[in-house]
Design a binder for this molecule. Sequence first.
Ligand code: PHE
Ligand code: NA
Length: 503
Amino acid sequence: PSADRGAFRGRTAFIFAAIGSAVGLGNIWRFPAVAYDNGGGAFILPYLVALLTAGIPLLFLDYAIGHRWRGSAPAAWRRFKRWTEFIGWWQVLITLIIALYYALILAWALNYTVFSLDQRWDSHPKGAAGFFGEYTQALEGADVDISFDYVPTVLISMLIVWVAVIVVMALGVQKGIAGASTIFIPLLVIMFVILVIRSLFLPGAFDGLDAFFRPNWGALLNPSVWIAAYGQIFFSLSVAFGIMLTYSSYLKKKTDLTGSGLVVGFANSSFEILAGIGVFSALGFMAQAQGVRVDEVVSAGIGLAFIAFPTIISEAPAGALIGVLFFGSLILAGFTSLISIVEVVIAAVQDKFGLGRVSSTLWVCVPIAVVSTVLFSTTMGLPLLDVMDKWVNEYGIVAAALVSSLIVAYVVRGMPTLRDHLNFRGTFHIGRWWYACVAIIAPLVLAFSLVGGTIQLVTSGETYSGYPVWFNFVFGWLMAIGLLVIAIVLSAIPWPAGSNLHK
Ligand code: PHE
Ligand code: NA
């Protein structure tokens, strides 16, 4: 007899888990910089258009497949149409790779929270030299090589992160995933609101906000601004990763999917705007403290969190509080995303072999934790993360989203069935516009960014981030293409008699 797959107790548990997955590092460090670079206040227009024409429609598609076909990504796609099973494995492998490096960012945030608590912040890493040199000891540019030189501080945090993930995942869908999200998400909102209020009262905060919100309407004529808006929405809502598909398979049959989707979509976007306000107030303070213009202190991604914020913390009054709130928020937001990523893999293994919760958790998490810790707690961890993230996003998620929307819309022609399914219990009625979004708008934008990104990469004349050619080839191209090939192979392997497939 195959084991119970687990379930969410109700709609609220599901919504918290789904918001937990959506609200992540993308909200806190990606959105503010993307919006600033792409028209500031004017970015709100392409952003909302992207949310309504692609983000929420694709979110509905994920929900519909997972809920209608009730299974992990490979099981649900297989039930949908036998030969589409490879999409499910592709999603599983993509999330597996993300899990490996996502944990590293959490480990950094854990270390920096502890540094912030220490009153002698001056003895801790600050600025670019502090982060890249002193703290991560990262190999850079042409010096990047295979290295198993461990960074002890990072190593310890990595182990803590993975132990926490294993404990939560072993507790199961309701107690573990929904339980953690139901506690962490409200806590995150409280901490972040305090952080925003504190930042608004820093001197210079309004210059930061002015730089952030000042609209550059001319940017709207630039197609790359629109691509950036769609890219941000896809990443931020975690659509087409198999995550929302997996979560919705744990919902009771009679559930309002569309109403839930709207709550998740708008909650995620609200948190992004809030993050923009908090981050730019703090950057405004930093600019004033250093006597420079705001645009000189704006940096994206890793730089924002681990280079700009340490400086802000060391210069602001009550900086320790700001540090704990900021890095603590990163931990909470990142953790609830990491567990959603890992769940895609666990659910697939559980379905395939009909395993119980604890054994599937251990079979999946222990190897991932070991590989993640062994590879990423080293001086090559950061460049490895950089390359894998670039290719997994551009050639994994974007390609998978494109392939799956085209297959559903044109090959299997499954949209009407899925729409009926969504409308059966949904409080928000889906009209025929949904077909246009999933079958035309989303694939067009995805194809554009795939092609545009490749042209940029190939014609730039430099290797990505200046790393050696072989490094980007192995951990970028080979990894990304390898995932698809392995996925196709996996989809050809028969399901054992004890699997969850025929339950
Ligand atoms: N949606 C998350 C964010 O905004 C990122 C994420 C990506 C989460 C992939 C899970 C999986 O940060
Ligand atoms: Na998000």
